[in-house]
Write a protein that binds this ligand. Structure first.
Ligand SMILES: [Ca+2]
Length: 100
């Protein structure tokens, strides 16, 4: 079975920070992801997930759900919820999309 969350050889604190910084630093505030940066992140790093989504509004809804303080930006703590949240909310399609 594929392990999505809590797989230490694929996800580390350092790699999550580096990943977040890489996208957050593209423009605007360096310490948060704008919607454009979030879409860029999803379509690049999670292409296996996003390309299997039939619903074009799914990324909008994911971003809204993650943006708990409703400022239109994802800070690092909100971004971290993506890691667990994707696996929970999109469990079946995400697992199918990730090569085992
Ligand atoms: Ca926010």
């Amino acid at each position: 079975e594929a392990k999505v969350s809590g797989s230490p050889e694929r996800l580390s604190i350092e790699s999550l920070i580096a990943l977040f910084q890489r996208y957050a630093g593209k423009g605007g505030y360096n310490c948060s992801l704008s919607k454009m940066e979030f879409l860029s992140f999803m379509n690049t790093e999670l292409a296996a997930f996003t390309k299997n989504q039939k619903d074009p509004g799914v990324l909008d809804r994911i971003m809204k759900k993650l943006d708990t303080n409703n400022d239109g930006q994802l800070d690092f703590s909100e971004f971290l919820n993506l890691i667990g949240g994707l696996a929970m909310a999109c469990h079946d399609s995400f697992l199918k999309a990730v090569p085992s």
